[in-house]
Design a protein. Structure first.
Lengths: 274, 251
């Protein structure tokens, strides 16, 4: 687990302070508790999300992977506990969230362009600036989609890409993705993994990805949070530091195979416990 | 083959006209009761272009449009308001369902007392019936707005009011149009019935009734067809508006 910082009672140099800021956890979760009518999903759960890393959450079915990011992103209320972003509450930060079901998360009455610009409209950004910013992000990501189309006129992958751009348009400090590719076919999934990796390499935004595909989780991540059955505990926080950009060839390297095997072993152990 | 498929909708019409002509020709039914298609359409043409039928047709259109417009103006905002809180809707659901199930024609005597004999009674009873249908559909449209879409807007920082305006309102539009189509059909039914019986001097209902009283069968059939064309036309009008403005409906 990303360690807590020692109390800084001694004078720090500017450099050291900057280093401390860079390595301090981005999100701190303390005493998180969540009960649904029939089960306790989280019971006094503590965790630190590291800054500028792509982290995956993986675990047995129904252990509360999605619930975790939904609580962090404020979609579900927590029963108890505190979630802070650099010491601040959610309302003070900018974040992006990508839903699994892009079909229901896009606004079908808006063209793709206006879908991407929507968060800026909510923020009260003037129209001219909205247009410039959307054009900038589209150019930056080298996206070749006709953004004058309505979402229902696009393929699933294109819709999800638009959905990701909509999350990125606010220049979020943290990006959440809830099984973003699981409704896509395999070909599109592979393509979208590369898109996500490219976005991450270019922006280094702290990213939290919920995945039900271990291969995908390891391939994309710097860190993999392995959860137990509920009430969920962090069983292990696996590091995987293969250099980026990773390619399909990465998946046949020894490091990848052993990391994946290790995660799978823990996963199966946790599943058997149920 | 493809080109012939486009003609399929006309097959039923052609068969009906053929059976009708055959029936008249073979004198299966008394010709006084069933005039030939030609006599009927001639009566319709003359009535619409130079006779009283055209005037009556426009009168019925006017009443139906007024009542639907009044119903929509009342029911759409109210439906959005009720639908935006499921608790509020549940608390009035019984009332809406009850009055929606009450035949509007049973309300004529009451409205006669309230508004007297005249256009206001006809229009208000029709508006009453249509409003409940529209209200019910709008409220359900708002309540059944996709939860994910609402969450998506919330997660992007949209306030409750903005979610209502930007998401729920647009989400409810397809269902609102279902309500409007059903509402306008019901309004037409009520208006025509009112025109028959509530001391009317004009309107399609009155025309049908009068033609029947005078035993002028071609005129009566002509008025019936005119009413049918009106109903079909109004439905088509709303469908066209829906396709134009609610382009995402069903997608």
């Amino acid at each position: 687990m990303a360690g807590a910082q020692p109390a800084a009672s001694i004078e720090l140099t500017d450099n050291a302070r900057e280093a401390a800021r860079r390595t301090a956890p981005h999100v701190t979760i303390r005493g998180l508790t969540k009960r649904f009518s029939d089960a306790t999903i989280y019971d006094n759960f503590d965790f630190d999300i590291p800054r500028g890393k792509l982290m995956s959450v993986f675990g047995p079915n129904g252990c509360g992977k999605s619930t975790l990011i939904n609580m962090i992103a404020g979609l579900f209320p927590v029963d108890a506990g505190e979630i802070l972003f650099d010491g601040q509450p959610l309302s003070q930060i900018k974040f992006g969230y990508v839903f699994q079901n892009y079909r229901e998360a896009m606004f079908p009455w808006l063209r793709a362009f206006d879908n991407i610009a929507y968060p800026l409209r909510v923020m009260g950004v003037p129209k001219a600036e909205r247009i410039t910013r959307v054009e900038k992000i589209v150019a930056g990501l080298n996206v070749k989609i006709d953004l004058n189309l309505y979402p229902y006129q696009m393929s699933g992958g294109q819709q999800q890409l638009v959905s990701i751009m909509r999350a990125l348009i606010v220049e979020p400090e943290i990006l959440f993705l809830d099984e973003p590719f699981s409704a896509l076919d395999y070909e599109m999934t592979l393509f979208m993994r590369e898109q996500l990796q490219r976005i991450f390499v270019e922006t280094s935004t702290t990213t939290v990805l919920v995945s039900h595909d271990l291969e995908e989780a390891v391939y994309l991540s710097d860190r993999i949070l392995l959860l137990s059955r509920h009430p969920a505990r962090a069983v292990e926080f696996v590091h995987y530091d293969a250099p980026r950009p990773r390619t399909p060839g990465t998946m046949s390297e020894a490091d990848f195979i052993s990391t994946k095997a290790h995660c799978l072993e823990i996963f199966q152990r946790e599943v058997r416990k149920g | 083959m493809k080109r012939l498929q486009g003609l399929l909708p006309f097959v039923g019409v052609a068969v009906l006209l053929a059976v009708w002509s055959l029936t008249v020709w073979a004198r299966v039914v008394d010709p006084v009761l069933l005039p030939s298609p030609i006599a009927t359409f001639r009566a319709m043409w003359i009535g619409m272009t130079s006779g009283k039928l055209g005037v009556d047709f426009l009168k019925t259109v006017e009443r139906t449009v007024y009542s639907t417009a009044i119903a929509a103006v009342i029911a759409i905002p109210l439906g959005i308001l009720l639908g935006s809180s499921e608790k509020v809707y549940r608390s009035v659901e019984f009332l809406i369902d009850f009055f929606r199930s009450t035949p509007a024609s049973a309300m004529f005597p009451l409205f006669l007392v309230l508004f007297g004999v005249g256009d206001r009674t006809k229009i208000s009873v029709a508006a009453f019936g249509a409003a409940l249908v529209i209200l019910f559909n709008v409220a359900y449209g708002v309540m059944n707005a996709r939860k994910t879409r609402i969450l998506a807007a919330r997660v992007m920082g949209a306030s409750r009011l903005r979610v209502l305006w930007d998401v729920m309102l647009l989400e409810s539009l397809p269902q609102t149009f279902v309500g409007l189509r059903n509402g306008v059909s019901l309004a037409l039914v009520i208006v025509v019935v009112a025109e028959m019986f509530i001391g009317s001097t004009d309107g399609l209902g009155q025309r049908v009734f009068e033609a029947q009283q005078l035993f002028d069968m071609p005129d009566m059939y002509a008025a019936i067809f005119a009413a049918g064309a009106l109903g079909y036309g109004l439905n088509l009008l709303f469908l066209t508006i829906e396709r134009r403005f609610v382009h995402w409906s069903g997608k």
